[in-house]
Design a protein around this ligand. Structure first.
Ligand code: GTP
Length: 254
């Protein structure tokens, strides 16, 4: 059993990707189970096999504690930790090979509160990976791309599980933009040059320092363009997951 946590900033396409990847894996006759960890989500494009909303209701929390929607959402995300054993049992009981975990809409509720790393650690003892979504339309600007990578590093320092990078909603950018973003990921010198070309104000010094920092980290393997809408890139993503979960065996054999 392997767990892939789908993580990314709000609206980066987590739920759509969970849905599309689950469908893809099912078509390939893989045993897959979907878990929704977002207590606040109203509509999902798939029917989760396991749903945290069965345990936690944001509306009830609002009423009970007199909180507004944001406060209730923060509390709801923290409360997941109280049901971790139930979730773990439910996951174990599926016996599925792939567990796809759709994480809360707001990345910070998942990654930057004490409950997030606890949930990842305790939800299962099986191997885990983070599928980190980098929103393609948002990342067409080099400075946005840099901030997204920086955020992914922050997530890594919190969760400390292998990360697979996905350029999500790839169908929404033209071929040139996509190539440019992929080139930036491959070659941070090129990214730095484009950052310098794009920024003239005091942000330049900071952006340059961040790119220098990114260069010194050895966690960026590949960026996989994926469209949950057209299905493009799902075979590559599935192969990347297999490589992570089998410790690179498939890659060595190939
Ligand atoms: P929150 O949990 O609300 O933060 O969102 P999310 O990260 O789960 O994103 P979601 O899957 O809800 O997608 C956000 C919006 O982007 C929706 O309107 C989707 O239809 C759209 N979207 C997601 N993936 C794709 C994609 O691959 N292509 C296109 N064209 N649109 C997409």
């Amino acid at each position: 059993m392997f767990l892939a946590f789908i993580v990314g900033s709000a609206g980066s396409g987590k739920s759509m990707l969970t849905s599309a990847l689950a469908e893809y894996l099912l078509e390939k006759e893989q045993d897959v189970c979907t878990v929704n960890l977002d207590p606040g989500v109203l509509n999902l494009p798939y029917n989760p096999d396991i749903d945290v909303r069965a345990y936690i209701s944001v509306e009830d929390i609002q009423e009970e504690y007199g909180l507004g929607p944001n406060g209730a959402l923060v509390m709801a995300s923290d409360l997941i930790a109280n049901y971790i054993e139930d979730l773990r049992d439910e996951i174990e009981d599926t016996g599925a090979e792939y567990i796809l975990v759709d994480t809360p809409g707001q990345l910070e509720l998942f990654a930057f509160r004490a409950s997030g790393p606890f949930i990842v650690r305790e939800i299962s003892r099986n191997p885990k990976a983070i599928v980190y979504l980098i929103d393609a339309p948002f990342s067409a600007n080099p400075l946005n791309f840099v901030s997204n990578l920086y955020l992914s590093v922050a997530v890594y320092t919190r969760i400390l599980e292998p990360q697979i990078y996905v350029l999500s909603k790839a169908d929404l950018v033209d071929e040139d933009t996509r190539e440019k973003i992929l080139d930036w990921f491959e070659d941070f010198d090129m990214l730095e040059a484009d950052v310098e070309g794009a920024i003239k104000d005091e942000r330049l010094f900071m952006a340059r320092s961040i790119v220098e920092g990114l260069k010194s980290l050895d966690i960026f393997s590949e960026l996989i363009p994926v469209s949950a809408k057209t299905g493009e890139g799902l075979p590559l993503l599935s192969a990347a997951l297999t490589r992570v979960f089998t410790g690179g065996e498939e890659m060595l054999e190939g």
